[in-house]
Design a protein around this ligand. Structure first.
Ligand code: F6R
Length: 367
């Protein structure tokens, strides 16, 4: 059932190109480069009446929501808040009938997420569920359901479900922009065209993971590690950090690159590994200056950037991994893949049970 892979996690990482294709299939018109999402069950008038969006989820799904915020705010120009479900439900959030509440859950059974959904419905919001499981509690109770078609995810550490949630947010962002005309058609079409290349681009990353494996084995002896990035790179850094902690048990923290000097820089000492995401070309110069701050304190930096920027970054870091070039908004769907691979091999090198990390369950049905 592992189809020749040593672990479910590795199998699921390699299933991402298919998960992307399946999640886009039937929703993208490949000729007109437009998106249709009848499952939203929202008329144009209803969409135009949305004043704000709340994205509510736990763990990895919350991290997908952080990317979703940037995607929706950029494409639809609607303000978005993202919150972990266990906080959201207990602080009387300001929900009105003009709020679109998006709950994100792979399993559709997470107790905190389900409770947040019920709270939102009580206040008259339209609740959209992004979930991977047909007929799950979240799917049954939401007003509309957008399925990620990642297929069953067995490993406790979420990989293909997370990245398919990103695809769902890209589709949603484009659809909202088309409906509200908040962006030029050329803009939405260029996003859709770039989305169609993502499956092949993931395949190309997965073709040769030797450098990632070697790097993972080198960090396996460390107890602390940092991830840094700006914009959506910061969101992906948080997911990479969770994944690493979850299965390798190495302590790590993700920081917005510009925030390091406000305290955390004190923890950077000789030989501390730092993974720097620098896929946002418009922010590259700023991120490079943050990388130099780390380097000056002895940090050992592994950079991840778009192939075109590898040279520019290469001088500032100790090692660099290039991901294929794509639209700046879509980079998370590629940049998360090397982080998943690094976590996998770091866990393996430490002799851990990759698919069943200690103290965790696949579906968390207690609050
Ligand atoms: C991490 C992980 C968890 C889940 C979280 C929410 O790899 O899997 O953080 O993302 O427990 O689960 P779902 O998405 O099923 O609601």
């Amino acid at each position: 059932e592992k189809a020749g892979y040593d672990h479910f996690m590795l199998k699921e990482i390699y299933e991402q190109p298919k998960a992307y294709r399946d999640t886009m299939l039937g929703r993208i018109n490949t000729e007109s480069l437009t998106v249709s999402l009848p499952e939203l069950k929202l008329t144009k008038e209803k969409i135009a009446a949305i004043r704000k969006v709340h994205i509510v989820a736990c763990g990895t799904a919350y991290h997908a929501g952080l990317v979703g915020k940037t995607v929706i705010e950029t494409s639809a120009r609607i303000p978005v808040e993202v919150e972990v479900a266990s906080e959201y439900r207990y602080r009387s959030p300001l929900i009105t009938p003009e709020t679109l509440v998006i709950v994100v859950s792979q399993s559709g059974e997470t107790a905190d997420t389900l409770a947040a959904l019920r709270e939102a419905k009580k206040h008259g919001a339209h609740v959209l569920a992004i979930t991977n499981v047909v007929g799950s509690s979240v799917a049954r109770e939401a007003d509309s359901v957008m399925l990620t078609l990642a297929g069953p995810e067995i490993a406790v550490a979420s990989t293909k479900a997370y990245s398919s949630q990103l695809i769902a947010f890209f589709l949603l962002g484009v659809y909202l922009a088309e409906t509200l005309s908040t962006q030029e058609q050329a803009w939405t079409k260029s996003i859709v065209a770039a989305m169609l290349s993502l499956p092949e681009q993931v395949e190309s990353i997965l073709e040769n993971t030797d450098a990632l494996r070697t790097y993972a084995e080198s960090i396996a002896e460390h107890e602390h590690l940092f991830f840094i990035g700006r914009g959506v790179d910061y969101a992906v850094a948080q997911e990479g950090s969770l994944k690493l902690k979850e299965i390798s048990y190495i302590h790590s923290e993700a920081y917005a690159a510009g925030e390091l000097k406000h305290g955390t820089l004190a923890l950077i000492e000789d030989g501390i590994p730092v993974i720097a995401l620098a896929t946002q070309n418009a922010l590259l110069e700023k991120t490079v200056s943050n990388i130099k701050e780390v380097k000056a304190r002895g940090g050992e930096i592994f950079g991840i950037s778009d192939v075109n920027e590898v040279k520019a970054l290469g001088k500032a870091v100790d090692e660099v991994f290039g991901i294929p070039a794509t639209n700046a908004l879509l980079t998370p769907a590629l940049s998360v893949v090397p982080l998943q691979i690094i976590s996998y091999y770091a866990s393996l090198a430490r002799g851990n049970d990759v698919d069943k990390p200690r103290n965790l369950a696949k579906s968390v049905t207690v609050e």
